[in-house]
Design a protein around this ligand. Sequence first.
Ligand code: SF4
Ligand code: SF4
Length: 129
Amino acid sequence: MIVRLTYSPEVVEKPVLAEIILKTGVPINILEAKVNAQKGELVVSIPAKEKTLEQILRFFKEAGVTAQKFTQILQIDFNKCTSCGACISPCPTRALRFTPDWTLEFDEEKCVACRTCVNACPVKAITVP
Ligand code: SF4
Ligand code: SF4
C-alpha cells in the first residue's frame, strides 16, 4: 500500500518512521520525500496487509503524522494504449504485464509508484491521478 505521510512542524524532527519500522518489523520504503523545518511530506510503500497496515497507520496517527492512503496510484487509458509493451520491462517490480489477449494488466499491490512507466509510454496512456 502506498501512503502519503504529512508531518506537522511539531513532529517533523522526530524519528517517527524509524520507530515504527523497529516496533513492527515492517520495512517501510520511502519513495519520495520533501522535508524542511516547517513541514515534512513523504510518500512511502508499506508492505503490509489489513491488520498490520491498520496498526501502522494508527501508530502514525498517534505520533501526530497524518497518513493518507493512495486509493489509485496510476490511471491507464485503454483507449490510448496500443499494447506496445514499452512500459512492462522498465517496471522494477513487475507490476505491469500482458494478459493472454495482450491487454495491459496492472497489479497495484506490487507498484511502488516510481512512475518509470509513465515516462516510458510513447502515447502517454499512463498518468498519475
Ligand atoms: S509506477 Fe513504477 S512500479 Fe508502478 S507500475 Fe509504473 S514502473 Fe511499475
Ligand atoms: S507503454 Fe503505453 S501504449 Fe505501450 S503497453 Fe504500456 S501503456 Fe500501453
